[in-house]
Write a protein that binds this ligand. Structure first.
Ligand code: SF4
Ligand code: SF4
Length: 120
């Protein structure tokens, strides 16, 4: 299983399972033109979250806007996003949970690496 797949599995269990757009059987009901930004940009979302280290959500949100929203077709040149305003973007709606899920797994992976390398 690739590293990104491990993060996707964790986010599916911790975030998507509680999403209003989940079909109740673990599958996302959004696809095609309305596919969720979380799924569409997932590798970039993981990279973005892992690039930030903060106790506050602000820096994570700023990084998300710069790395993901800036390339998303739903965001206009002035930085506005109607999907976000209407609370229809799963990525934005559950972003604090997404950050928590990715960071927990990241810490776990780094812990294993530290153990493996014998670093104190
Ligand atoms: S809409 Fe987004 S957050 Fe919700 S289940 Fe689908 S991929 Fe997950
Ligand atoms: S908040 Fe808007 S611009 Fe950002 S990923 Fe979601 S739909 Fe795209």
């Amino acid at each position: 299983m690739t590293e990104v797949n491990k993060y996707w599995e964790a986010v599916q269990a911790n975030v998507c399972a509680h999403c209003i757009d989940n079909d109740g059987k673990g599958a996302c009901r959004l696809a095609g033109d309305v596919e969720c930004g979380l799924k569409h940009y997932f590798p970039d979302v993981v990279e973005t979250v892992l690039s930030v280290q903060s106790n506050n959500l602000g820096p994570y949100v700023r990084a998300l806007r710069e790395n993901v929203c800036a390339v998303c077709e739903h965001q206009s040149k002035d930085g506005a996003c109607l999907v976000r305003t209407e609370v229809d973007c799963g990525l934005d709606r559950y972003f604090p949970m997404v950050v928590g899920s990715i960071e927990s797994l990241g810490i776990e992976c780094n812990g294993n690496l530290t153990e493996y390398l014998g670093v104190q």
